[in-house]
Design a protein around this ligand. Structure first.
Ligand SMILES: Cc1cc2nc3c(=O)[nH]c(=O)nc-3n(C[C@H](O)[C@H](O)[C@H](O)COP(=O)(O)O)c2cc1C
Length: 380
C-alpha cells in the first residue's frame, strides 16, 4: 500500500505519519489520538519536569498499548555570561518599565533541561518504542542506556553532515528537518541559519547520503506534501504545525487564532524567545528586538529573562512576548481531532498515490500502443 514500509516495520505502526513532538503544546491526549489512528504520537518532554513527564507517560500507557515516541532536547547547558545577561536585560528594560515589572529581579529558572539520568530512568521505566532527540544526541552512556531498553532512536538533521554524524552514532532513522519547519531548528553542527536547507532539497540529499530511513519534516500539512516527501525518498513524514489546529493541542486562544490567521509569509526564524533559532509567527518582540539578536543569551536563558514579560502580557490577552511557533504551511490548516486528521491524511495520501500509479500505468499502455503501431508500420 505505501511506497516504503521501512518506518512502519521499524516502529510497528500502520501509517507513516509521525505527530511531531511539540514541547509545551502537545501532551498525552494528542499522543493517544494519533496512536489510535495508527500513526506515531510523540510526547515532547523538554518543558516537563520528571514528575510531569511520568504523569503524561502513565496516562498514555493507560489509554493505549500502541507504539509511542518520547522526545528530549539534548543541548549543552549554557555558559554563565554576565556581560551578555546585562546586555539582554538592558535590551528588554523598556518593556519591563512599560509593563510595570522589576527588570532587576533574578531570572526565573528555565525548565528546558537537557536529557539526563533522571529522564533516562523514566525511559527505562516506560519503555517508549521510539525515543527521539533534538539538537544532536545525548552523551554515549545515556544513549547506551536508552538503546538497552530496545527503543528505536531518532534525531533531527538539517544537513548531510548532521545526518551522517547521526547515522555513525547509531540512529535507527533520521528526521530531515527542512527550513520550513516550525519550532526550534534541530541544527547542531553549525550555527549558521543562513545556510539551512529547505525540505525539498534536504530530503533527497539525506536519502542519498545515509542508509537509515529518512523522515521528512517541515512545511508538510496535507496529502500533497506527504506524496512529495515519498517521491523525494522519505519513508515517513513528521508533521507539527498541522496538529496544532487539533482540539488536543494545548495552546492559548491567542496562539490558536494566530495560527488560523497566519499567511505563508508571516513566519521567520528568530532567536529572541529562547536564544536558539526557531521558526515562529512574527509578533512585537520579533519585530522590535529581532528576529535575530546578537545579545540574546544562550539557549535556554533568553526564555527565562522573558518569562515575566510573557506572563504579564498574556494575562492582558496579548501575544507580544509569546513564541507563536509555526511552520511555513500554517494556512493549510484544518481543524479536526487528531485521530481524524491522521486518518484523513493517510487516506488522502493513498488516494493520490493510487491516482498517480493509475496515470503512470495508463501512460505506459499508451506508449506501448504507439510503439506497436509504429513498429508495425515500419515492418510494412
Ligand atoms: C510548537 C512546536 C514545538 C516543537 N517542539 C519540538 C520539540 O519539543 N522537540 C522536537 O524534536 N521538535 C519540536 N518541534 C519541531 C518539530 O519536530 C518538526 O520539526 C516541525 O514541527 C516540522 O515542521 P512543521 O511544523 O512545518 O510541520 C516543534 C515544532 C513546533 C511547531
Amino acid at each position: 500500500m505505501w511506497p516504503d514500509n521501512r518506518i512502519l516495520d521499524l516502529f510497528g505502526i500502520e501509517v507513516p505519519i509521525i505527530q511531531a513532538p511539540m514541547a509545551g503544546s502537545a501532551f498525552s491526549d494528542m499522543v493517544v489520538a494519533v496512536a489510535q489512528a495508527g500513526g506515531l504520537g510523540s510526547l515532547a518532554c523538554a518543558l516537563l519536569s520528571v514528575e510531569q513527564a511520568r504523569k503524561e507517560l502513565e496516562a498514555i500507557r493507560r489509554k493505549t498499548s500502541r507504539p509511542i515516541n518520547a522526545n528530549f532536547f539534548c543541548h549543552q547547558p549554557p555558559r554563565d555570561d554576565r556581560v551578555r545577561e546585562m546586555s539582554w536585560r538592558q535590551r528588554l528594560d523598556a518593556y519591563f518599565v512599560e509593563l510595570g515589572l522589576d527588570s532587576n529581579s533574578p531570572f526565573p529558572n528555565t525548565n528546558r533541561a537537557p536529557f539526563d539520568d533522571k529522564m533516562c530512568d523514566l525511559v527505562m521505566e516506560f519503555h517508549p518504542e521510539v525515543v527521539s532527540f533534538h539538537f544532536g544526541l545525548p552523551d554515549k552512556n545515556l544513549l547506551l542506556r536508552v538503546r538497552a531498553t530496545g527503543a528505536k532512536i531518532l534525531s533531527s538533521a538539517t544537513s548531510v553532515d548532521e545526518a551522517r554524524w547521526l547515522e555513525d552514532e547509531g540512529c535507527d532513522a533520521i528526521v530531515a528537518q527542512g527550513h520550513e519547519a516550525g519550532g526550534h531548528r534541530g541544527m547542531f553542527l553549525t550555527q549558521d541559519v543562513s545556510t539551512q536547507v529547505g525540505t525539498m532539497a534536504l530530503v533527497p540529499q539525506l536519502a542519498d547520503a545515509v542508509k537509515v530511513p529518512i523522515i521528512a519534516a517541515g512545511g508538510i500539512a496535507d496529502a500533497r506534501g506527504i506524496v512529495a516527501a515519498f517521491a523525494l525518498g522519505a519513508s515517513a513524514v513528521q508533521i507539527g504545525t498541522a496538529y496544532l489546529h487539533c482540539p488536543e493541542a494545548q495552546i492559548s486562544p491567542i496562539y490558536r487564532q494566530a495560527l488560523k490567521d497566519a499567511k505563508d509569509n508571516e513566519t521567520a526564524i528568530t532567536n529572541v524567545f529562547t536564544g536558539r533559532p526557531a521558526r515562529a509567527i512574527g509578533n512585537r518582540l520579533m519585530r522590535e528586538v529581532g528576529p535575530t539578536s546578537d545579545v540574546a543569551p544562550e539557549f535556554p536563558l533568553a526564555a527565562a529573562a522573558l518569562a515575566p514579560l510573557r506572563a504579564k502580557s498574556e494575562m492582558a490577552g496579548s501575544a507580544d512576548f509569546t513564541p507563536l511557533w509555526s511552520g511555513q504551511a500554517a494556512r493549510l490548516n484544518r481543524e479536526l481531532p487528531a485521530t481524524e486528521l491522521t486518518k484523513q491524511l493517510a487516506a488522502e495520501t493513498l488516494k493520490r498515490l493510487r491516482l498517480l500509479r493509475t496515470r503512470a500505468s495508463a501512460d505506459v499502455h499508451s506508449a506501448l500502443a504507439k510503439f506497436t503501431v509504429l513498429s508495425r508500420s515500419r515492418r510494412r
